[in-house]
Design a protein around this ligand. Structure first.
Ligand code: FAD
Length: 362
């Protein structure tokens, strides 16, 4: 077996978070290849975007922010996000000659005897002074458990498996979840068949535009959660549903966004509430979000009783050499950009203090 390769920083994941970190590391003086590498388990560039459902267009995303240094300029809003964003990421990797190794799956990160990090992968191991984890959430879809779930004779799927509303024609679909994905998919599916929408909490409709202040408040709520080691909610999730968004406005007008409270159990042929009411269903679509894909960090024992990882800015509390970018408050394209750059600056100060002093003096 070959001995582990040595590098200063391993970045895990080449989505928005990993690429913005890689760009920033290069700018902070880390040499691509020997100073840092990016390990990504995708077959191609694009992060989670290459797996989004086909009907998600540039115009129906929340907004994909530019990666630092290269504008994202799709020719039109009607283009599929799963095609144009990965093409943009591929251009980006080429333009900045980023040292992305793929497909490489990281299975575990642990500490070495001399307090560095051992990054185990399916194609050789790495030893690094620092790790930036940027593995997103797409590979960890979350489906809550409800009594009777295993009895259901229809089809259950999570949004990660959704492809096209046409496949549900003539079937009654129960959509579960109160976020952007649920409302967007309800809009599509209700054009071809009947639907029921259930959410745990009543939806929060936002009338006005989503301004910077509202964005800051949303990020602050998630920041507080991760400082305390609680499981982070999604930033996009706490922003509320903008009634002016075309697919939401349309869904409200067609009265398909009439929500029922969460059911209490699942039956062989539908869902049922404790008051005795029920809805027959052929399909249950779980638009119930994701969890952070951090299973490979388990040997570091970071998980807190609150279910999350206690953070101090972009790094794990008490461990300035381990950053989580795209986690919690930075789990958006703009948040990932900022966090990637903040992480790279801190790593430069930590690992190249002399260079820091030089550039501060310059
Ligand atoms: P990802 O894009 O998921 O990249 C993580 C990468 O790490 C992937 O390539 C993955 O394969 C790889 N990886 C994972 N585990 C490992 C491992 N163990 N070893 C090696 N590689 C690994 N945010 C916005 O700001 N605007 C939007 O419009 C928007 N739309 C969204 C639409 C949907 C349907 C969803 C689900 C989310 C959306 N978001 C949006 C949130 C969005 O997910 C993030 O903003 C951003 O794309 C996440 O980037 P990331 O780099 O953190 O993760």
């Amino acid at each position: 077996m070959s001995s582990p390769r040595q590098v200063e920083v391993v970045v895990i994941g080449a989505g928005q978070a990993g690429l913005s970190t890689a760009w920033a590391l290069a700018r902070q003086g880390f040499a691509g290849g020997s100073g840092f590498v990016v390990l990504d388990d995708g077959a191609r560039p694009g992060g989670a975007w290459q797996h989004r459902w086909p009907s998600l267009t540039v115009g129906t995303t929340h907004r994909v922010h530019d990666l630092p240094g290269l504008p994202f300029a799709p020719a039109d809003d009607g283009l599929r996000a799963r095609e144009v964003v990965p093409a943009y990421f591929a251009d980006y990797e080429r333009a900045f000659d980023l040292p992305v190794h793929r497909p490489v799956r990281v299975s575990a990160v642990s500490r070495t005897g001399d307090d560095r990090f051992l990054v185990r992968t399916d194609s050789g191991d790495w030893i690094a002074d620092a790790v930036v984890n940027a593995t997103g959430t797409w590979t960890r879809p979350f489906v809550p458990r409800y009594p009777g779930q295993e009895l259901f004779r229809g089809r259950q799927l999570h949004t990660v498996d959704y492809r096209d509303a046409g496949e549900f024609a003539g079937r009654h679909v129960v959509v579960v979840g109160g976020g952007a994905s649920a409302t967007q998919l309800l809009g599509e599916i209700s054009q071809v068949t009947s639907t029921t929408w259930v959410t745990r909490r009543p939806p929060v409709w936002r009338e006005g535009p989503f301004d910077e202040e509202a964005g800051r408040r949303a990020v602050a709520m998630v920041e507080e959660a991760v400082r305390e080691g609680r499981r982070p909610g999604s930033v996009v999730g706490v922003t509320g549903l903008l009634v002016s968004t075309p697919y939401i406005a349309d869904g409200l007008r067609r009265e398909v966004l009439e929500r029922l409270p969460m059911f209490d159990r699942i039956t062989e042929d539908g869902v049922a509430w404790a008051d005795g009411s029920s809805v027959r269903a052929d399909v249950i679509l779980w638009a119930t979000g994701f969890r952070a894909a951090v299973g490979h960090l388990a040997p570091l024992h970071l998980r807190q009783p609150g279910g999350g990882i206690r953070m101090d800015g972009t790094h794990v509390a008490g461990e300035p050499r381990l950053h989580l970018v795209g986690y919690g408050p930075s789990a958006s394209t703009i948040g990932a950009n900022r966090a990637g750059q903040a992480a790279a600056r801190q790593l430069r100060r930590l690992l190249h203090p002399a260079a820091g002093a030089r550039s501060a003096a310059a």
